[in-house]
Design a protein around this ligand. Structure first.
Ligand code: PMP
Length: 383
C-alpha cells in the first residue's frame, strides 16, 4: 500500500505552501472581489514581443537551445548588462551569463551550487516567499535579517549576522513585499561588505525597470550593487516588467566559475529556458515601458494618499506592492485584518506570509485604478 507519509521527503514536509494559496482560495469564493493580492502585472504583454514569440514558434524555434541560452538573446542581454551596470561581458558564448527558467530558476540554481547542508544564507525579513523555501530545498540554513520598520536591508544590519558558515547574502530591491528601493550608497556598502568577507552577494532585481523616479538617483537607472563589483550574482527577469510571468524567463550574470556551475545544474534539471520565449524577448530592452511605469507610480501615489493618513506604509519606490501596517489600535494581526477585509470583498495577503511577524498586510497595486481606489477606501475605513 502507498503511504505518502513514508514516501514524502522531510524536505517536502518542512515547507508550508499554504499562505498565499489560502488568500487565493478565500478570494476565489467571492463574487466580483477587489483583488489586491496578485503579483501578476495587469497590463498586456507588448505586441511586438507577442508577435516575435508566435513568429518564433512558426519559424521552428521549438527545440532545445544551448543550456546557457540562444545566441541572439544572450547578445541582447549582454549588451544591456554592459550598458546598464558597466560590466565587461566578454562574448556571447562566455559563461558569464545564463538564461534561466524565470528568476526563481536562477535563485534555485545559485543556492544549489553554492550551499551545502549547514551553510547559511542571509535573506531579508520580510522576504519574497521563495527565499525561505530555498533553505529546505537545498539544505541551506536561512538567516532572516530583520529590516523593520523601514525595510532597508543595509550592510549595518547584515554584518552582525555573518558567520564563517555564511555563503550568500540575498537582497531584493525594489523589494517584494515592500516596494522599498535601496540607495546607491546602501548598495555600495553591501557590495564592499560581501566582497571583503568573501561572501556571494546575490541581487534579485526582478523589478529593476519598475523603479519610480524617487527611487533613482539623478533619474539614472535603478540602484544596483553591480555598479560597484562584478564579484556578485545579478539576477533579473522579463516576467514582471513585460507582463509575461508565464513565459518563465529570467537570467543570471556573474563570475564565470559560478555561472558555469549553475549552467551544469540547469543542463540536468530545467535543461534550457523556453525556446520560443527566448526568441521572442530578444527585442525587449528596446521597448519603452515608461507609460506603464508612470501608471504604477500614480497608483503608488494613490495608496499613499488614501492610506497614509490612517497608518504606516512602506516607503515604496518601485515594484507594485505596499506593505501596510495594521494600526495598533485595532489590536489585530495581519491575518485577522486580511480576513476582515475579505468580508468586505477586498483580498490582500497577511504580512505573516512574508515575515516572522504578522503585523502588516501586502497589497498589490497591479489592479485597475477604479477597483484599486475602491479597495483602498474600504481598507481605510476599516483602519
Ligand atoms: N523574485 C521576486 C522578488 C519576486 O517577486 C518574484 C515573483 N513574484 C520572483 C523572484 C520570481 O519570478 P519568476 O516568475 O521570474 O520566477
Amino acid at each position: 500500500m502507498i503511504d505518502p507519509e513514508r514516501l514524502l521527503s522531510s524536505r517536502a514536509k518542512s515547507v508550508d505552501g499554504s499562505g498565499i494559496r489560502r488568500a487565493f482560495q478565500l478570494g476565489a469564493r467571492l463574487i466580483d472581489p477587489i483583488n489586491l493580492s496578485i503579483g501578476q502585472p495587469d497590463f498586456a504583454v507588448p505586441k511586438l514581443l507577442c508577435d516575435a514569440t508566435v513568429e518564433a514558434i512558426r519559424n521552428g524555434r521549438n527545440g532545445y537551445t544551448m543550456t546557457g541560452g540562444a545566441d541572439d538573446l544572450r547578445q541582447s542581454i549582454s549588451s544591456y548588462v554592459s550598458s546598464d551596470v558597466g560590466w565587461d561581458m566578454t562574448s556571447s558564448d562566455a559563461s558569464d551569463l545564463l538564461v534561466t527558467s524565470g528568476t526563481s530558476g536562477a535563485l534555485l540554481l545559485a543556492f544549489m551550487v553554492l550551499c551545502d547542508a549547514g551553510c547559511e544564507a542571509i535573506v531579508p525579513d520580510p522576504w519574497f516567499v521563495v527565499y525561505p523555501t530555498l533553505g529546505p530545498m537545498t539544505g541551506t540554513t536561512i538567516v532572516p535579517c530583520d529590516t523593520y520598520d523601514d525595510f532597508r536591508m543595509t550592510a549595518a544590519r547584515v554584518e552582525p549576522l555573518i558567520t564563517d558558515r555564511t555563503k550568500i547574502v540575498l537582497i531584493n530591491s525594489p523589494g517584494n513585499p515592500t516596494g522599498v528601493v535601496l540607495t546607491d550608497d546602501e548598495m555600495r556598502d553591501l557590495a564592499d561588505l560581501c566582497v571583503s568577507r568573501g561572501i556571494m552577494l546575490v541581487s534579485d532585481e526582478i523589478y529593476d525597470l519598475f523603479t519610480f523616479a524617487d527611487g533613482r538617483s539623478d533619474s539614472g537607472p535603478s540602484p544596483s550593487p553591480a555598479r560597484y563589483t562584478q564579484d556578485m550574482l545579478l539576477i533579473r527577469g522579463f516576467g514582471k516588467t513585460y507582463g509575461c510571468t508565464g513565459w518563465r524567463m529570467g537570467w543570471a550574470a556573474g563570475p564565470s566559475w559560478l555561472i558555469s556551475e549553475m549552467g551544469k545544474f540547469q543542463q540536468y534539471s530545467f535543461v534550457c529556458a523556453p525556446s520560443m520565449a527566448q526568441a521572442g524577448l530578444v527585442g525587449a530592452f528596446d521597448i519603452d515601458m515608461s507609460e506603464t511605469l508612470n501608471l504604477f507610480e500614480r497608483r503608488r501615489n494613490m495608496v499613499r494618499e488614501i492610506l497614509g493618513p490612517v497608518t504606516d506604509i512602506s516607503d515604496c519606490r518601485g515594484a507594485f506592492y505596499s506593505f501596510v501596517k495594521v494600526p495598533e489600535h485595532l489590536g489585530m494581526t495581519g491575518t485577522a485584518f486580511s480576513e476582515l477585509a475579505i468580508e468586505q470583498k477586498v483580498v490582500t495577503i497577511p504580512g505573516g506570509v512574508f515575515s516572522s511577524r504578522d503585523t502588516h498586510i501586502r497589497l498589490s497595486f497591479a489592479c485597475q485604478d477604479d477597483k484599486l481606489r475602491k479597495g483602498l477606501e474600504i481598507l481605510r475605513d476599516l483602519m
